[in-house]
Design a protein. Structure first.
Length: 96
């Protein structure tokens, strides 16, 4: 869930400082992890994509074709979003 902060909150400064402190301390670790994943995909291609997908998404896919989501399923998922989520998705996609 996304935390929402208001500059009107009494503890806004402390909430923001805590968020920024966490982000800066974890950025290096995240960057190292991402670099490791990218290097593995560059070296091993689809095999690494499958390995990481199975690891992070708890799937048991054996081929890339098993990861393809049909247009119908995508539309169904989009249609089931709450209106605020739909608006955000459209804004991010540039289609709104």
């Amino acid at each position: 869930m996304i935390n929402k902060f208001s500059s009107q909150d009494r503890d806004f400064d402390s909430q923001l400082n805590a968020l920024v402190a966490w982000e800066s301390s974890s950025n290096e670790e995240i960057n190292r992890s991402v670099e490791k994943i990218i290097d593995a995909v560059k070296q091993n291609g689809d095999a690494s994509v499958l390995d990481y997908t199975n690891q992070f998404d708890s799937l048991k896919a054996h081929s890339i074709s098993e990861l393809i989501i049909s247009q119908e399923r995508l539309k169904e998922s989009f249609d089931n979003l709450e209106s605020e989520q739909k608006k955000c998705a459209l804004d991010c996609s540039g289609k709104n």
